[in-house]
Design a protein around this ligand. Sequence first.
Ligand SMILES: [Ca+2]
Length: 493
Amino acid sequence: MKVASRSKGKLGLAALALLQVLLSCDANSNGTVKPVASEEPTEGSEPLPIELSFVRMTEDDLILKLPGETLEDNRWTRLYEDELGIRIRYEWVSKGDLYDQKLGGALASGAIPDVVKVNAEQLRTLHNEGLIQELTEVYDQYASPFTKTILNQEGSAPFQRATIDGKLMAIPATGSSIEGAKYIWIRKDWLDRLELDPPRTMNDLLEISKAFTERDPDGNGRDDTYGIALTRSLLAPLMGISGLLAGYEAYPTMWLEDKDGQLVYGGIQPQMREALLVLQRLYKDGQIDPEFGFKNSVQEEKLIADGKIGLFYGEQWGSFLAQASRSKERDSDWQAYPIVSATSEPVRVPLPLGTYQYLAVRKDYPHPEALIKLLNLHLEKNWGETAEYEKYYSTPQPVWKLSPVTPYPALKNLEAFRQLEQFRSTGDRSVLKAEAKAIQKYIEIYEAGKENRDAGWGWKKTYGPDGAFSILEQYIRNDQLLYERFLDRRHRR
Ligand SMILES: [Ca+2]
């Protein structure tokens, strides 16, 4: 399972504004093509590999766990060189925050590598300054059918965003919108102890939050619990408020169609106010950790680990956060539930576009097709017919990160769940592909109740018969998913 890293910059301002409101309480080929390195090799000599340069962030923790491999010489770079005749080089490598600064400097000075990963705004700037080349034909000609199918799993929006004046100026690093679907993660053992039913409406949800605050859900006789977990990152994938806001038909950070078919920005619609007032009331009422506005997810997670909070909104991998409570209380139990509505209308589940980054190729670089070939091979070796998932994706170290490009099927986790469901109903293990097979292995460890059984607990809560993905299927069946709308010519913020 890949955890999406969201662009902090994108959400930062909106989140800050919300936080202020909330706190102001006074108010063709399959990719394995032959080397194409040199078109006219000199007689008697091996074709020389072509070189393709990138810049990237460090992966020190990962490299430490992989003896014999480095960022520039590892299983992926060797594969690209052996299979495609493409040698990967990094012009520079830098740590997290420094990377962004350094990239900003490189873009401003025009000193870009052969392929550079940028956001939509940076892409437009590079295009305006004539620093990058058009990829329309290169993509069309070199992307394998498999690559095209996968990169289209998100529909046309990612490619539309990478298209300027009718020209494809970059390959979208397509992310998964559907993974942004929210659920309510609740401590089931607390619901049971207080004899509460799972929420069906926003009123139920607010009752549960109040009861978890006031009715001693942990049974220790002390007033020491809160209703809902939040952090200073209000729109974060876990412990954020976007699932709650959706209950009031409020969708910050998203473009939507209004009743008249006009595109409107969700963050400034009147429904936002009602939702924020509810949050403000919860805060005043002591149902939210008074220090949440200063806490990051690691700090707030402590309250979950300590059994002080039993409810949060989050994505499908919320189980892996919830799991923290189980080291102190072996029997604490969590369950994902569908988000709920404050009105009589069924709730819509907002899915902002999951693509934030784009791979652009330097203007004068002579082999733009090399980028497409890397994408083909990366997808093929992880999810294609010749996949070697446990060598190239997860060992279980996340070795997919060693590649300079990391495309993945946006629907891969849902597909893994569907394979698991099929396996559960037929007993036919052969329907499980690599990723699903690994997940099933973890779930079986949990069910066998062995010493290390908790390794599989989170997987079961996400991928099990009643796991988060079963709710996603329900959202899909009921047509509740609300994808972000998009117009070709609109500038991304
Ligand atoms: Ca208590």
